[in-house]
Design a protein around this ligand. Structure first.
Ligand SMILES: *Cc1c(COP(=O)(O)O)cnc(C)c1O
Length: 351
């Protein structure tokens, strides 16, 4: 099966499994798991932040970060196509008493400064208004095709946020894809945000975990919230050990995923009945639509699966394909063959 539904299907490498076997362990709720501490120190260094903390998931990493930044009764500005707004079960409002204000997401994943500006009341002293206490950005942007936020834009948001006196949190689930695509260090991107989270469990191919990084004071708050949310784990070196391998060995190879995604998009663009925008493919995510008189995306997905290609819809009837360490260029060629044949078969039927 060619698995293109998500880069979360990546399996731990042999080296990761060996590292799990050999990990030095302790009770991390007591702060005594040396492998977890090592990973957290390493990430703080890589991202140029004072401290970092290992979390069970990206969802909990975002939730604890938002709760650490935002007082109850304030509002968090999030993209209306962001993972935080769409896929995280409204955690900040349920657990934190924080209101989400959805900001229109531009096709390249940016939130326009003018739209952010509108979320700030003209008379902040007026007790009727909930005040914005955080801006969240997503980089790379999943539902906007894995687009990378330009550094010039990050600088604009930084200046805007500083002017308003609110912090910026970056949901960098795929932060290292952004860094590899731009050819910069991840710390350069993270430098524009007060806090950042990234997933070890996606393209980096570790089995579990996300990490939040920020100031010492902020990470102290996240540490308490992690415990409150049920994310305090014990011999967590089991998770941290493959995480260390992920950072050492799986970052540079993301470039391969990016070139495979481009290969896929270029191939798809040539198949009649498939609509995709090759120029939008910057990282490991490709979106496309089926535009065919007889074939719906539902049928396309079902039939592709029968032929050995696993793929899924992700918003607005678009199909998303995600490349990752389990996919080679030859798998992309095979996937394209499957799609070509499937479309051709339906063309014959509709004649
Ligand atoms: C996957 C993802 C998350 C959530 O991570 P989980 O580990 O699945 O909870 C958050 N934000 C973005 C952009 C993601 O792609």
């Amino acid at each position: 099966m060619i698995e293109l539904r998500s880069d979360t299907f990546t399996l731990p490498t042999r080296k990761m499994m060996d590292a799990i076997q050999e990990a030095v362990l302790g009770d991390d709720v007591y702060g005594e798991d040396p492998t977890a501490s090592k990973l957290e120190e390493e990430v703080a260094r890589i991202l140029g932040k004072e401290a970092a903390i290992l979390m069970p998931s990206g969802t909990m990493a975002n939730l604890a970060s938002i709760m650490a930044h935002c007082p109850r009764g304030s509002k968090v500005l999030v993209g209306d196509e962001s993972d935080i707004y769409i896929y995280e079960a409204a955690g900040a409002s349920v657990c934190g008493g924080i209101m989400y204000e959805p900001i229109p997401t531009q096709p390249d994943g940016r939130l326009a400064i003018s739209d952010l500006e509108r979320a700030f009341p003209l008379e902040p002293e007026d007790p009727q208004f909930a005040l914005p206490s955080l801006i969240c950005l997503e980089n790379t942007h999943n539902r906007m095709g894995g687009r990378v936020l330009p550094l010039s834009y990050l600088e604009e948001v930084r200046m805007f946020a500083d002017g308003k006196g609110v912090p910026v949190h970056m949901d960098g689930a795929r932060l290292f894809n952004a860094a590899v695509a731009l050819g910069v260090e991840a710390s350069e991107i993270a430098g524009y945000a007060d806090s950042v989270q990234f997933c070890l469990s996606k393209g980096l191919s570790a089995p579990i975990g996300s990490i939040v990084a920020g100031t010492n004071e902020f990470i102290e708050k996240v540490y308490r919230l992690r415990k409150m949310l049920g994310g305090g784990m014990r011999q967590v070196g089991i998770i941290a050990a493959p995480g260390l391998i992920a950072l050492q060995q799986m970052v540079d190879r993301l470039a391969v995923d990016h070139s495979n995604a481009l290969r896929l998009a270029e191939g798809l663009a040539e198949i009649p009945g498939i609509v995709t925008h090759v120029e939008d493919v910057e990282t490991n995510i490709v979106y496309f639509r089926i535009e065919h008189p007889k074939l719906t995306w539902q049928t396309f997905i079902q039939e592709a699966r029968k032929h050995g290609l696993c793929i899924a819809e992700l918003g607005h009837g678009r199909i998303r394909a995600v490349t990752h360490s389990g996919i080679q260029a030859s798998d992309i060629d095979r996937a394209l063959e499957i799609v070509r044949k499937l479309m051709a078969d339906h063309d014959e039927q509709s004649v």
